[in-house]
Design a protein around this ligand. Sequence first.
Ligand SMILES: *[C@@H]1O[C@H](CO)[C@@H](O)[C@H](O)[C@H]1NC(C)=O
Length: 341
Amino acid sequence: MRLLAAALLLHATKAAVTTLLPGTAEPESSDSVKLLKWINETENGFVHPTHSVRRLGPGFRGIFARTPIEKDAVLAVIPWDLCVTHPMDQDGHCGLSRKAVDALVKGETPYAKMLREYDPSLPNDWPPNARQSLDGLPPGDWDRHLKWFEAGCLKRKATEDERRGMYLMVARSGSSRAYEQGGYLFLAPLYDLYNHRNGKYHNTLVKVEEGESISIIAGRDINAGEEIFNTYGEGTLELFRDYGFVEPLPRVWNLASLRFVEDEEGRVTWPAAGPPRGPARDEFLNRLATLKRALSAPLPSPDDDAEAALLERASAFIGAVGGAVDAATADLANNRLSGEL
Ligand SMILES: *[C@@H]1O[C@H](CO)[C@@H](O)[C@H](O)[C@H]1NC(C)=O
């Protein structure tokens, strides 16, 4: 009896370990698993065996740690030659956009295959009906990158491939130093496969040795079953514009001319100068109320499934912005009640 219990317990423990990883493991034959192998088998390349690439939904992957990882452990070393790189001081952003097009169109490596898979369908490219659902909402400058690219790099309209190359540069590139200090802009395999999440979830660091490699390092202890996250930057509105997804908490908002944070638990903090006070506070609340009205405009009814999917994304975005408006408004009301203002 006791033995049986022990056996059951052992079984349960094992089952618990496997259920820690969500979704389904990508098969050995998938492009993503092949990509990891390719890096690992390249001279001076390395991918830690803890990596488990999981399919989380249609078109949505995540990379999880199978085993616990200690802070500062090397998760991956990506040799420079496997990356698409361009020197910053030679028209860095235009240059890398062009090279991304070459990699997309002519590349035959496992990485080129992954790049071709990239289909962000950013709000700027949505068909008019879906796109209209975002009219009047922040950040508003939905065509920011395309405008810069066509005016600053091409001096003409972009072709479909050029547009995709530019979006790859915007969304998936990293830089070896702070922009004004030169260095390189790069697209790197695996580096751009980790999903984004900030705050306590962000658990990696990126170390670039120019001309040598790009390393992914554990930024803190990582538990078995945790997703391995990179950060794509800060600003929930800008991330939606540039990547097309609504990031989960924590979220950083540049809303109604002020910056505030919803932390991991949804609590509002004001990192810059504290919450607005006096007339600035009233003006901020007025702007939030105006925004709230814009957010409540009804969504168009979709013409087909593709449009329905886009409107669902618009609706998730509108919901997140509305939640932030409510949270900031409530936080200021609480402050006033508790006599802080
Ligand atoms: C990378 O190669 C090493 C040594 O051959 C191996 O132990 C490790 O499991 C490989 N990593 C992956 C992710 O396959």
